[in-house]
Design a protein around this ligand. Structure first.
Ligand code: ATP
Length: 199
């Protein structure tokens, strides 16, 4: 059986934005991947704030990638209770898909914090990390030799910025896809006191 190359883009996706699409698409092209799986985290270990429910975050990613046949959503992190450490998720994925080579796509903020990840040495042996530079982050890690970096334009866009823009009613038209914008509007996400739940 031939080995497939799958990129994984883990994240909170609260909300998913064009930066996510651009890095997934560039990683796919530059690393010659067969598919990219977007993997929303159930209990984000790196986030301290409350996040929108998993149901909404998964639905928004589904809306965002609706016209890309080579992009999928994986809800694997919702199937396991407790904190979702990437290393455990990847071990499970490798068990379920023995003929797949996984590429874990991360932005510069994640590159800088890599040394704090649970069992990072193990994880480095399980996946190829694909790093994407991000404004405001150094792209520095003791594991830099083990990161395959790809070239993209610097994208100064974050979910944090978008939550603020939605909350204050600023224009968001070209920051999220039309369908994601509609979903946020219909479900009244990011308005004060609504739809923010524990996941
Ligand atoms: P928040 O502002 O809530 O922290 P975020 O914009 O960082 O969210 P996440 O869902 O946490 O979005 O990100 C998922 C993955 O995408 C992470 O690896 C992150 O580094 C990467 N990423 C997100 N936005 C960008 C960007 N503009 N440039 C490069 N990488 C990005």
């Amino acid at each position: 059986m031939t080995t497939r190359k799958i990129g994984i883009l883990g994240g909170t996706f609260d909300p998913p934005h064009l930066g996510h699409l651009i890095i997934a698409s560039e990683a796919k092209e530059q690393c010659d991947l067969d598919q990219v799986w977007f993997m929303p985290s159930a209990t984000p270990p790196h986030k301290s704030r409350q996040v929108s429910s998993g149901k909404h975050r998964v639905a928004m990613v589904e809306e965002m990638i609706v016209d890309r046949e080579d992009f999928e959503v994986s809800t694997i992190e919702f199937d396991r209770p407790g904190p979702s450490f990437t290393v455990d998720t990847i071990l499970q994925l490798k068990d379920e898909h023995p003929n797949v080579q996984f590429y874990f796509i991360i932005g510069g903020d994640m590159v800088d914090s890599l040394h704090t990840w649970e069992r990072i040495e193990t994880l480095l042996n399980l996946v190829t990390f694909v790093g994407v530079k991000r404004p405001g982050y150094k792209f520095q890690t003791p594991f830099i030799q083990q990161i395959q970096s790809i070239d993209t334009p610097l994208i100064d866009l974050s979910s944090t910025m978008l939550r603020e823009r939605f909350k204050s009613g600023k224009n968001t038209q070209y920051y999220v896809t039309k369908r994601v914008g509609k979903y946020i509007e219909v479900n009244r996400l990011y308005e004060d006191g609504t739809s923010i739940e524990d996941c």
